[in-house]
Design a protein around this ligand. Structure first.
Ligand code: GLN
Length: 552
């Protein structure tokens, strides 16, 4: 079905990791605040069918959508900037494209033809993009092409984009190229040659970018800006500077200040709309100029790479902003506590402890030691997914169930307090077979969770294979633990609290995936507010109703 959608392709030059996802989300935001309906999608040129089987250390966090997609972390950035929920179909991969083409070939859809990258694969790519446009009907659909121009893998996508422009017309399809302008330390000069080369590469395959977003450490100087315009064959007003900023949430305003909104409306032939930045600016100010500080120890395994926990990081920032507080995060590799639990003492320097999600046994005993130390010393604590499961393990060991463990870690444990969910028993393949996506949870009244959420039924996103073994629930509750959130049918434990502690909570779900600037995730807000109130010497945390309004 033909739609009135305009398409903005965002490609990346020079190298990966320069913030193409943030640029895409920022452009989408400045269009959204102009009153346009926008949506965004990401194309990943790798052969995996989805991001679910990839190591977060090398690829970054696996983001989870409401509909259970295990997808690229850039989709999380889009959701946070745009405050919309995207479906899994907004992230496609070469694995999905080829699977679909090969299935069609086997079915006989191409009988008699030699099936080729052009046109069969490129047609498939275009139809995936157009399907989103006809389903969502946005005024502008941003399509971020993963990888770097010049990669073999991304060629079919760039070719499909080139064809789409030819078919839809140059007013309906624009190309934004995000590149890096490095500064040479020795001479302190901003160098444009990598940008020139990457645009040459793009032009070689038939794409002339309409605008260039130049990422740099400091402000882009006018000399290099002119040079980029000249050598890359764009007007100077089409070169946008994107220097590092104190917070990523400032980027949309920064690009708009340079005229990005008018530029795009002009090129797309869309009406000029005025833009009201006041709400977004308030949120950004709250994130960037807080008056207080709390320090959180993030006790995990992939401590070396912040991208592995990007949503956790952002959720902490959003929660901090709601408390007028900057959250200083220190990454702690829990193997440090493994052989020497007394190292846990360093946790006393923090206002809160967060044990995030994870898989496999390395570092696990260290996480359990951290949870024990935090519980015993009354440090506000939040366990997420694996962190929730290990908080149960720790609590059970403390109540005398020696050797209690998750079966994932020790299949022969005498007390399998975390066990496989019944539907997982027959599952053998690893791709997309966990309990995934949004599920409803019923919150018990008069609990910390009910105070934080202010609602009886909530919906949160999941990604796990194991869960609390019902055989142990009675013993846990008798010993002072509380399950304040359960699945609607009452069988799955979703939120754990230890009410006699200052703040001690675990959630089987990942609240971070639904946290947004201005709308923090309640458990994260609980951790930060409790950390702050304890630091201020209050006898108990004072949770304000602010959070209830924000999330309702
Ligand atoms: N490894 C645990 C499970 O599969 C927890 C997963 C997670 O933290 N995302 O249940």
């Amino acid at each position: 079905m033909p739609t009135d959608t305009r398409y903005l392709f965002v490609t990346g030059g020079v190298m990966s990791g320069i913030g193409k996802g943030i640029t895409t989300a920022s452009i989408a935001k400045l269009l959204q605040l102009r009153g346009f309906k926008v949506s965004a999608m990401k194309i990943d040129p790798y052969l995996n069918v989805d991001a679910g089987t990839m190591n977060p250390v090398t690829h970054g966090e696996v983001f989870v959508t409401d509909d259970g997609g295990e997808i690229d972390m850039d989709l999380g950035t889009y959701e946070r900037f745009l405050d919309i929920n995207l479906s899994r179909s907004h992230n496609t991969t070469t694995g999905q494209i080829y699977t679909s083409v090969i299935n069609k070939e086997r079915r006989g859809d191409f009988l008699g033809q030699c099936v080729q990258i052009i046109p069969h694969v490129t047609d498939e790519i275009k139809s995936v993009i157009r399907n989103i446009a006809s389903k969502v009907e946005p005024d502008v659909l941003l399509v971020e092409v993963g990888g770097t121009v010049g990669d073999i893998e991304s060629l079919p996508y760039l070719e499909a984009a080139r064809q789409l422009r030819l078919e839809e017309g140059h007013r309906r399809v624009l190309f934004a190229h995000v590149t890096l302008v490095p500064t040479l330390d020795v001479v302190g000069e901003q160098k444009t040659k990598p940008t020139q080369h990457s645009v040459q590469e793009l032009r070689r395959i038939g794409i002339q970018p309409d605008l260039i977003v130049a990422r740099s450490k400091g402000p882009l100087l006018s000399g290099p800006k002119k040079k980029i315009a000249l050598f890359c064959n764009v007007e100077e007003q089409a070169v946008f500077a994107s220097p590092d900023l104190p917070t990523i949430y400032q980027t949309p305003m920064d690009l708009d200040d340079q005229g990005m909104g008018e530029f795009l409306a002009d090129r797309f032939g869309l009406d000029h709309h005025s833009v009201d930045w006041s709400g977004w600016k308030r949120t950004v100010d709250r994130i960037s100029n807080p008056s207080q500080v709390v320090r959180i120890a993030l006790c995990g395994k992939y401590a070396e790479l912040a991208d592995s926990y990007v949503s956790v990081n952002e959720a902490l920032k959003h929660a901090g902003a709601a408390c007028d507080t900057r959250v200083e995060i220190e990454w702690i590799e829990t193997e440090l506590f493994e052989n020497e639990p007394s190292n846990c003492k360093i946790l006393s320097r923090f206002d809160g402890v967060l044990v995030p999600g994870g898989f496999g046994s390395r570092g696990t005993e260290g996480k359990i030691a951290a949870l024990a130390y935090a519980r015993e010393n009354n440090i506000p604590t939040l366990g997420i997914c694996f962190g929730f499961q290990l908080a149960i393990v720790e609590f059970c060991r403390h109540l005398g169930l020696n050797g209690a463990n998750s079966v994932e870690i020790n299949p022969n444990t005498p007390h399998p307090v975390i066990n496989l969910m019944p539907e997982q028993l027959a599952v053998e393949s690893k791709g997309a077979t966990m309990r995934l996506g949004a599920h409803e949870i019923r919150i018990s009244p008069n609990t910390i969770a009910s105070l934080l959420y202010g609602r009886e039924v909530i919906s949160e996103r999941h990604r796990h294979r194991w869960e609390v073994n019902p055989d142990y629930i009675e013993r846990i509750v008798k010993a002072g633990g509380r399950f304040s959130g359960r699945s609607i049918d009452g069988t799955r434990m979703e939120i754990f609290e230890v009410p006699d502690r200052y703040f001690y909570m675990g959630t089987q779900f990942h609240g971070e995936f639904k946290s947004r600037p201005g709308k923090p995730s309640p458990p994260y807000y609980g951790l930060i507010k409790a950390g702050l109130d304890r630091k201020l010497g209050k006898t108990a945390p004072e949770f304000t109703p602010l959070i209830q309004k924000a999330v309702a």
